[in-house]
Design a protein around this ligand. Structure first.
Ligand SMILES: CC/C=C\C=C\CC(=O)SCCNC(=O)CCNC(=O)[C@H](O)C(C)(C)COP(=O)(O)OP(=O)(O)OC[C@H]1O[C@@H](n2cnc3c(N)ncnc32)[C@H](O)[C@@H]1OP(=O)(O)O
Length: 275
């Protein structure tokens, strides 16, 4: 896959693997998230989503840290400037915030699952980014902080909306108001990450194994599970059941189903068409 990004790098685990890596690639600034990143992320995810060779995406960071948060230098002029008219300046800012929110929501809109592999620091908007991912793992050296209040900001890129559903409302309030730094082990206790690996190397190896496992599963069921879970999160149980009934009534009768059942019966490895 052609790599034409300045803030991101895309690699494939091996030429036959459905596991693709999406790497935050500004290690000299701890992968701080610039405006360029917010423009590139949806493009990269769209390209990965439409590539039939991609079954699953692993989001990680290059260098010493997963992500130091929003790029405070490149965004310094972001709030200032404008026409002098408060109304117009406010409207421009709102559009800018929505643009950045949409970039992060592109992770949820991507049909293929996105797993976050977190090492080192994961601060501020870094938390916003990983809470939009489907699964999170970290290494023992990982530290997290919902840092926004300390830079006089109400987090506005998804953390306050997604974190409560992951760690529970009370924990999300406590972490967001104190902005305290917490370890990977605590992140595991809170349910923010599913597992803690001993080192970055072990993290990447372990996540690769998990991702390979998911990439071998029936693709329609995998994308259906992601889509239905995310949609159901924002619906009542009754509405969610209605949604999945409609989903399955159009996708249940797939070749994947025949393939999975006959492979089980004949004790052989199933092969599924790409999506
Ligand atoms: C308009 C909206 C405004 C704000 C919204 C904010 C939302 C958030 O994301 S809040 C969180 C903001 N981030 C931070 O406060 C983190 C600041 N950085 C750090 O605390 C540390 O750099 C570190 C991430 C803990 C890493 O520490 P260390 O390993 O000691 O490396 P450093 O030498 O400190 O950093 C290396 C290099 O990276 C630059 N950098 C790190 N984070 C950011 C960032 N968020 N924005 C811009 N640059 C960042 C740091 O300045 C260093 O660069 P130099 O050129 O070498 O100075």
């Amino acid at each position: 896959m052609e790599d034409k990004y300045e803030t991101l790098k895309i690699t494939q685990d091996s030429s036959t693997s459905g596991v693709f890596n999406l790497i935050l690639n500004r290690p000299s600034v701890s992968n701080a998230l610039s405006l360029g990143f917010f423009a590139e992320l949806p493009k990269a995810l769209n390209a990965l989503d439409h590539n039939p060779n991609v079954a699953i995406i692993v989001l990680s960071g290059s260098g010493n840290h997963f992500c130091g948060g929003l790029d405070l230098k490149s965004l310094a002029g972001f709030i200032n400037g404008g026409t002098g008219d408060h109304g117009r300046t406010g409207e421009r800012l709102r559009r800018q915030i929505k643009f950045m929110q949409d970039a992060i929501t592109a992770i949820e809109r991507c049909r293929k699952p996105v797993i976050a592999a977190i090492h080192g620091e994961c601060r501020g908007t870094g938390i916003g980014l990983v809470t939009a991912c489907d699964v999170r793992y970290c290494s023992k050296d990982a530290f997290f902080s919902v840092k926004e209040v300390d830079v006089a900001i109400t987090a506005d890129l998804g953390t306050l909306q997604r974190l409560p559903g992951i760690v529970g409302f009370g924990n999300a309030v406590e972490l967001s108001l104190t902005a305290r730094r917490f370890s990977g082990e605590e992140a595991k206790e809170l349910g923010l990450v599913s597992r803690v690996f001993g080192s970055k190397e072990e993290l990447m190896k372990g996540v690769r194994t998990i991702a390979e496992g998911i990439s071998g599963k029936p693709p329609l069921a995998v994308v259906g599970t992601k889509a239905v879970l995310i949609r159901s999160r924002d619906l009542s149980v009754e509405q969610g059941l209605d949604y999945v009934a409609t989903w399955n009534s159009s996708m249940l009768l797939s070749d994947d189903l025949t393939q999975a059942i006959s492979a089980q019966k004949l004790k052989r490895k199933p092969t599924y068409a790409k999506l």
